[in-house]
Ligand binder design. Structure first.
Ligand SMILES: Cc1ncc(COP(=O)(O)O)c(C=O)c1O
Length: 436
């Protein structure tokens, strides 16, 4: 059951049943579009992840994929940690109730102030480079090492090559992140010899467009490094953070790899790394959230110009930034539903799905085959639970939507209120720091 949940996407019928519930609860009397996150499915995906790895592992779900605190609280209640890429995300993680020792802080731009706070809080802190390690060393100068609560690791670029999507691949020969393994092996070993508080290694190569073989190859290179460090500093390495990274399916034709396959492959290829001697940390984001989210919008207008039909909906590049600006790499499937929330049936015709923003390229999909649409119908975008709201763009100052959580029974749970025009205006007006 857990493996099936890992690859499960919300179906057209799921979209319909959640939409009908939302209509029944009167949400579309106040909102033009809403986001629905299936909390049960998300928890089932988390359970599959938890079951695939040894029980002492720490699964720090990436906040950048979905920072809605009500969503994160559900994961933390299940024992999840949270991976944070900024101090803002560390704050979000704390608000979600995540214990500091289950917060993993990664960022390539940590300031001395960020590092001091992270050490004080006692989080798992992954340094991106040697200069950052030197800053940490300076902060620890004269401190009682025995009292150090934080775990400190070093991010390694395993240099296993890029995946199919360049912008989200970070394991190529040159990467923005981490210390390149082949180029800097001697310095890496010297850092572990010099700083006994350096007790972790961290790797992340990307997710969408990456293969399981690539992720396993990265872990294998880290394992070889571990063995070498172990020879020189036996017992120093405590944490092995293998990052996030499994791709998900965004369309009916693609089957996503399962986390149990990944964990089995890791155990086969990296027996030392997975021996139980180290705490394995994971940082999945997309694979936990993407397939759990649906955006439901009323169709505001349908226009036909030059023989091509265009449906205007309420989410655009503000919400689906990657599909609009980089449609070759990112796309979503859409479902057409009638004003009562029932799935509309064929025959289909091509629609351009126009967003609400004031620029000509704001199309969340082109040539989308859908049954005939009329104003007042609904369109749902599937698989929008990750890297959508978290990448919100303020273009045209449109308000962010209501986010609700769906569970098997009971009403939709409000997780995050919609912004209001007044709220957005006030946000642009705040003249002083700390006034918002
Ligand atoms: C360091 C790090 N960890 C984890 C993640 C989450 O990865 P994904 O959502 O692709 O699983 C990312 C994504 O950017 C990342 O940069």
């Amino acid at each position: 059951m857990s493996s099936a949940a890992w690859v499960q996407r919300l179906s057209n019928d799921d979209c319909s049943s959640y939409l009908r519930q939302a209509i029944g609860e009167g949400l579309f009397e106040r909102h033009d579009w809403i986001l629905i996150h299936d909390l049960n499915l998300m928890e089932a995906k988390y359970a599959a992840l938890d079951a695939a790895f040894a029980s002492e592992s720490l699964h720090a779900v990436a906040v950048k994929a979905n920072p809605v605190v009500g969503v994160l609280r559900r994961l933390v209640a299940r024992g999840a940690g949270l991976e944070c890429a900024s101090m803002e995300e560390v704050e979000i993680a704390a608000r979600a109730g995540c214990p500091p020792d289950q917060i993993v802080f990664d960022s390539p731009a940590k300031t001395r102030r960020d590092l001091a706070q992270a050490l004080d809080r006692g989080v798992v802190l992954n340094a991106d480079n040697f200069d950052e390690l030197a800053r940490i060393a300076a902060l620890l100068e004269g401190e009682d090492r025995g009292a150090l609560k934080a775990h400190v690791g070093l991010r390694i670029n395993p240099m296993v090559g890029e995946g199919a999507i360049a912008a989200t691949s970070v394991g190529g020969r040159v990467s923005k992140f981490g210390v390149p393994l082949e180029e800097a092996q001697a310095e890496i070993l010297a850092a572990f010899e010099r700083w006994t508080w350096l007790t972790g290694v961290h790797v992340h190569v990307g997710s969408q467009g990456c293969t399981v073989a690539q992720l396993v190859a990265a872990a294998k290179r880290i394992e070889a490094l571990l063995v070498t460090i172990e020879e020189r500093r036996p017992g120093q390495i405590v944490d092995v953070d293998i990052g996030g990274g499994l791709p998900v399916s965004y369309d009916t034709a693609t089957v996503a790899p399962c986390v149990t396959t990944y964990a089995d492959e890791l155990r086969r290829a990296c027996p030392t790394l997975m021996s139980g001697r180290y705490r394995i940390i994971t940082e999945f984001g997309r694979a936990i959230h993407a397939n759990c989210g649906v955006a439901a919008s009323r169709v505001e207008y349908v226009k036909t110009y030059g023989g091509s039909a265009m449906a205007v909906v309420h989410f655009g590049a503000d919400f689906l930034m990657r599909p609009v600006y980089n449609p070759d790499d990112w796309s979503h499937e859409f479902v057409a539903l009638d004003p009562d929330g029932r799935v509309k049936t064929w025959p289909a015709q091509p629609y351009a799905m126009a967003g609400p923003l004031c620029f000509g390229g704001d199309f969340v999909g082109r040539e989308v085959m859908l049954p005939a649409l009329t104003p007042g119908d609904f369109v749902c975008a599937r698989d929008v639970g990750a890297y959508t709201l978290s990448m919100w763009s303020r273009h045209c100052s449109r308000a962010q939507p209501l986010v609700v959580g769906a569970t098997a029974d009971g009403p939709l749970e409000p997780l995050r209120a919609a912004e209001t025009p007044r709220g957005v205006a006030l946000d642009w007006e705040q003249p002083r720091e700390g006034s918002s």
